[in-house]
Design a binder for this molecule. Structure first.
Ligand code: AMP
Length: 289
């Protein structure tokens, strides 16, 4: 497992990969868990060369407090990655990614992903931050395939848009969300929860399953499903719901009726932790949970 911090070294290394076979790439913000590990293992199994990156991207945070509080533990991350047979771990420094004078951002201008947070502000900052960092990482690592978890639906929509609009030659592989036994999606910030909050957090996945139950019972009206999901979440006073959305899984635009490919999204704050999750109906009894 080779660790690269320096951008020039990453560029040189990627240049040498042309003859080495396909490159699978897993971008992360670190504080890794089993969800990340599953992506890295898939990259290792499906490609000749596997690369993971660890970079807490400062320009995608709407609140500087969230950036400061984002958990970091590089030695623990490297320990976890050493159990995966990943070939390269790219850990760039923020001063090199965004040096003084940096001024070129990638900005998606239409906004199906602008599912507003409760605060209503700033999701363009997230879209611009994700679009910019993924473009830079793709330039530096030059992957053939990039791996993402289904959990971050907005991130996936942004990356799809960037790849399409800027003709970036990379395939996207989306893998299912890895969950705790009670359904809570694994997340780097989950450990910030108190016991009480952790118990309450179960309601998020239960709300998604409540939506599923209605679809399975032939309900096709998005408003009815959104209401049922919201009614369930508000039974947990410590859970601050940001939104529930019933939308198209690729474009994230709202739908008039439930069709195969419809996604059910939920976002909430519990304490200081922001949670997102989703499930997708693929038709019949086929769900991506
Ligand atoms: P992050 O470090 O949060 O930026 O996430 C890096 C990648 O890991 C993204 O593609 C996420 O979707 C993915 N990921 C995060 N949590 C999970 C999870 N519970 N299951 C599957 N993938 C995940």
């Amino acid at each position: 497992m080779r660790i690269i911090h320096n951008l020039d070294e990453m560029t040189e290394t990627a240049r040498g990969w042309l003859a080495g076979g396909s490159v699978g790439f897993v971008p992360t913000m670190g504080f890794l868990h089993q969800g990340h590990k599953t992506l890295v293992q898939a990259a290792h199994q499906e490609c000749e060369i596997s690369v993971a990156s660890i970079f807490v991207n400062p320009v995608q945070f709407e609140e500087s407090e969230d950036l400061i509080r984002y958990p970091r533990d590089l030695s623990r991350d490297l320990q976890l990655l050493s159990t995966t047979s990943v070939d390269v771990v790219f850990v760039p420094r923020a001063e090199e990614i965004y040096p003084a004078g940096f001024s070129t951002f990638v900005m998606p201008t239409s906004s199906p992903w602008a599912v507003q947070s409760a605060k209503g502000a700033g999701s363009w900052i997230y879209a611009r931050g994700v679009a910019t960092i993924i473009t830079k990482l793709f330039q530096l690592v030059r992957p053939d395939v990039a791996y993402f978890g289904q959990k971050n639906a907005q991130q996936i929509a942004i990356v799809r848009q960037v790849v399409r609009d800027l003709n970036i030659d990379v395939g996207l592989r989306i893998l299912p969300t890895v969950r705790e036994s009670d359904g809570l999606a694994l997340g780097s910030r989950n450990h910030f929860l108190t016991q009480l909050e952790r118990r309450a957090a179960r309601v998020l996945y239960r709300a998604l399953l409540a939506g599923k139950a209605l679809v399975d019972g032939n309900v096709r009206n998005p408003a009815e499903i959104e209401k049922a999901m919201i009614d369930l979440v508000v039974t947990e006073p410590v859970v601050n719901l940001d939104y529930v959305k019933v939308c198209h899984s690729d474009t994230l635009s709202a739908v008039d009726t439930i069709l195969p490919g419809t996604m059910f999204m939920i976002a909430a704050h519990i304490g200081k932790v922001h949670f997102i999750d989703n499930i997708i109906w693929r038709g019949g009894t086929n769900w991506l949970l």
